[in-house]
Design a protein around this ligand. Structure first.
Ligand code: ZN
Length: 548
């Protein structure tokens, strides 16, 4: 009997040991952490063009070689700008539903221009008196995937958004985030708002007190590869169509930056150090907030803004842009190594994408006999109002040109008994005389326009009546709204709308697809991976190929 009891005890111990062992070695049911990485302004073709320059232990190759790449991911709406992109990625929704119709828009109900994340009902934290902190996701009308993660875990998941740009941190993290932090270019510090907290945590104050921006300014910006490499991939260093971001006397590498210490904390954004600063913040958040060590999955939403500032100033074929990506590749690689060490390889999920891409600089296209041109919004608006006054004897009937739309003073038209239909007809006729304009029409008549279906669908997805103009115009391919130096984005064309989409880590297969996928599919796929509800305005589809 005694022997029987002992054997039973030994047996049950063995079973319980085996069960425990099985439990410890069993794959995780959910990742410990999701890291969303948005590169503000990245063309998909950079992954290909710069592929041989990316390091084997860098961020891009790790994701491409060990993860999944959706090679034909498109924006399903216009305008292709920062606020719409960040919102779409994290909500799986389009401006027609989520209401973020641009970085700024003219609000027809409030009769004023609105900035996407402005919120006069909150105050800055770490920026008590300034405007920089009066921000929240209030204008975003739907939930983000981060909100849904919080809802799914009874708010146990920790969600933090980090970016140099306020909108790059706030819109992804969603309404119920624990925190969003962004860079105040007046002071060189990271700040937040009372939407999230009443005081900055100690670790943010510590990082601000380190005055990292000054240390970066002292370093200056030198090329990180041999000069021949830049020549192999880019134009010559100095081009007349580049902006002179650091003063008119500095036109080539190396750039000195120490003259900006204590004087100008904006300049760092047009250097790769703006991204280095963001990575430092992300690392500090990971360690200090113990992200991924929670009982529920946490979410870190990072957006790198300097890729956009550098791209605007120097263009896709510049030494500056190439240098920025080579450095970011290395920094992302190191960040992933820290994640491995903290959470264990494959215990976290990462996606990397962009809020939009960018057009080539028109003067660069001109050098190579490619279709190009400029559209001067400010001047066109001025001339349009002169034209309208000639016809209707009323000043300033057109208020604004924003997001390739014209907003009219609806009240003024009623007050002056002016027929809006006639005003729009004159405006459309005038816009069509501009060589840069491919088409112009009333947004109300959008679905009646004989035009390509893809473009029509993208414009319809971008239309939210209260926050849009009354007339839409479309520029010809290769034309930008800008001037003789630098470039921009915002249109439907593939150079603005084709973005990278890489997946890596827990739950992600190895491979790639050329099937057309959409920015709206990202949040839907994250929801499927995490087995949580899709955001409240999500219209995307799960990219099944990605999921193990
Ligand atoms: Zn931009």
């Amino acid at each position: 009997m005694k022997l029987f009891i002992t054997s039973l005890f030994v047996l049950s111990s063995l079973i319980s040991f085996a069960q425990k062992n099985k439990k410890e070695n069993a794959p995780l049911q959910k990742p410990k952490l999701v890291v969303g990485i948005v590169l503000d302004q990245m063309r998909w073709d950079y992954l290909q063009r710069f592929n041989s320059l990316f390091k084997s232990n860098g961020g891009f190759k790790r994701m491409i070689n060990n993860g999944f790449s959706c090679d034909n991911t498109m924006l399903p709406y216009t305008p292709s700008v920062t606020a719409c992109g960040h919102t779409c990625i994290y909500t799986g929704s389009v401006p027609n539903i989520h209401g973020i119709t641009g970085n700024d828009w003219y609000d027809n109900a409030q009769n004023k221009n609105v900035y996407c994340t402005e919120d006069t009902t909150v105050n800055g934290v770490g920026d008590v008196s300034g405007k920089a902190g009066k921000q929240s996701p209030k204008n975003m009308l739907v939930t983000s995937i981060c909100d849904e993660l919080r809802l799914a875990t009874n708010f146990k998941s920790k969600v933090i958004g980090i970016a140099a740009k306020d909108r790059g941190a706030i819109l992804p993290a969603g309404h119920s985030a624990n925190a969003a932090y962004w860079y105040n270019k007046e002071t060189g510090s990271f700040i937040s708002s009372t939407h999230y907290m009443s005081a900055l945590p100690t670790w943010i104050n510590d990082i601000n007190n380190r005055k990292l921006v000054d240390s970066f300014y002292k370093l200056g910006w030198q090329t990180s590869l041999p000069k021949e490499t830049y020549l192999q991939y880019c134009t010559s260093d100095e081009k007349p169509y580049e902006n002179k971001a650091f003063g008119k006397e500095q036109v080539t590498f190396p750039y000195t930056l120490n003259q900006f210490i204590n004087k100008d904390y904006n300049k760092i954004l047009t250097t790769p150090y703006g991204n280095s600063l963001t990575i430092e913040m992300a690392k500090a958040a990971l360690l200090n907030e113990q992200l991924g060590k929670n009982t529920a999955t946490d979410f870190l939403a990072i957006s790198f803004s300097s890729t956009d500032y550098i791209g605007h100033s120097y263009g896709p074929n510049s030494w500056e842009l190439l240098d920025c990506y080579v450095r970011l590749d290395e920094e992302l690689g190191k960040f992933f190594e820290l994640l491995d060490a903290q959470l264990g390889a494959n215990n976290y999920t990462v996606f990397l994408t962009a809020d939009h891409a960018v057009a080539h600089i028109p003067a660069f296209l001109q050098e190579h006999k490619l279709p190009n041109g400029l559209f001067d919004e400010k001047n066109v608006l001025k001339e349009l109002n002169i034209k309208l006054k000639e016809s209707f004897s009323v000043d300033s009937l057109a208020i604004e040109m924003e997001n390739y739309q014209v907003s009219f003073n609806l009240k003024k038209m009623v007050a002056n008994n002016v027929d809006a239909t006639k005003v729009y007809a004159v405006a459309i006729e005038y816009l069509k005389t501009n060589n840069a304009v491919a088409n112009a029409f009333c947004l109300k008549d959008l679905m009646l326009q004989p035009m390509n279906n893809t473009v029509k669908q993208m414009l319809a997805n971008g239309y939210y009546e209260q926050r849009c103009g009354q007339i839409q115009f479309i520029l010809r391919p290769g034309y930008i709204d800008g001037w003789n130096t630098g470039t921009t984005h915002g249109l439907w064309n593939p150079y603005d709308a084709h973005i990278p989409l890489l997946w890596y880590g827990w739950g992600v297969k190895k491979g790639n697809t050329h099937r057309e996928t959409y920015m709206t599919d990202i949040a839907a796929t994250v929801a499927a991976l995490l087995k949580i509800q899709m955001p409240s305005g999500c219209v995307g589809k799960v990219i099944e190929e990605v999921i193990k």
